[in-house]
Design a protein around this ligand. Structure first.
Ligand SMILES: [Zn+2]
Length: 256
């Protein structure tokens, strides 16, 4: 194992992440909400930026890229082929099943449309780590802006199918607010209750609640649990298609 990961806060609730390969010295950042904290994190670690991995086109994920590229002109910028017109500075355009390389580390690209049309996740399968941007959050998921809800549901199911031990890094620290909604649709889930208590403790100490894991989310995140009878009953949708239950959940969370 040669991968080290450093997660740091940007803006108010965004996360930036550095991925370092000790075998080659290569270092990537995943999304750039702002250049300052990313540069500070690189300096603090003594790491040299070689790659920038972009999950999606929203400003709070790419706006720091030009300043960062100015400091590290050799860094390669990887991102979704489907959004190349909205992320005009890509050096490498990625599609489903492609591999993004950070030194000796390899990330399998998973297309996860929904939050945006071109959204992708990076799964470093040998290291059991996935960077999911704004598709999957702990106890929640991204807002569905650019596809029908059924498409977002399919994207979430792709992430849910990763090995349970996979560590999931997300674009935002939203877990506590997500938990407040989750408990309204599945109040009888003891795993969810325990997670909400853990999150309250962590946030009281201003500590991150991320990364999470696939297994932890499958046990507590209502947006991955649309087939659960308690959730369906809470929505008055017993026996409904999971994608339809997901759409109702997402709509209620949007209005919560
Ligand atoms: Zn976004």
């Amino acid at each position: 194992m040669t991968m080290s990961i450093h997660q740091y806060l940007c803006l108010t609730d965004n996360y930036g992440v550095l991925v370092h390969d000790s075998a080659t010295g290569a270092t990537a950042c995943v999304d750039v909400p702002e250049a300052g904290p990313t540069l500070a994190a690189l300096t603090e670690r003594g790491w040299n930026l070689t790659d920038i991995l972009i999950t999606h086109h929203h400003a709070d994920h790419i706006q720091g890229v030009p300043d960062l590229k100015a400091k590290f002109p050799e860094a390669k910028i990887w991102g979704p082929a489907k959004d190349k017109t909205r992320i005009p500075f890509l050096d490498r355009e990625l599609k489903e099943g492609d591999t993004a390389r950070v030194g000796s580390l390899g990330a399998n690209v998973i297309e996860t449309p929904g939050h945006t049309l071109g959204h992708i996740a990076y799964h470093f399968d040998e290291d059991d780590v996935a960077f999911c941007g704004d598709t999957l959050f702990s106890l929640g998921c991204g807002r569905v802006f650019e596809t029908p809800h059924a498409v977002m549901w399919s994207s979430l199911m792709k992430l849910a199918a990763l090995p349970g031990e996979t560590r999931i890094y997300c674009g935002h620290e939203y877990t506590q607010a997500n938990g407040r909604f989750a408990v309204t649709v599945e109040p009888g889930n003891p795993v969810l209750k325990a997670r909400i208590e853990e999150v309250a403790r962590l946030r009281a100490e201003r500590r991150p609640t991320l990364p999470t894991t696939v297994a932890a989310e499958l046990a507590a995140n209502p947006f991955l649990r649309a087939e659960q009878p308690e959730i369906q009953a809470a929505l008055g949708m017993a026996g409904a298609e999971p994608a339809a239950v997901f759409a109702e959940l997402r709509g209620r969370k949007d209005r919560f």
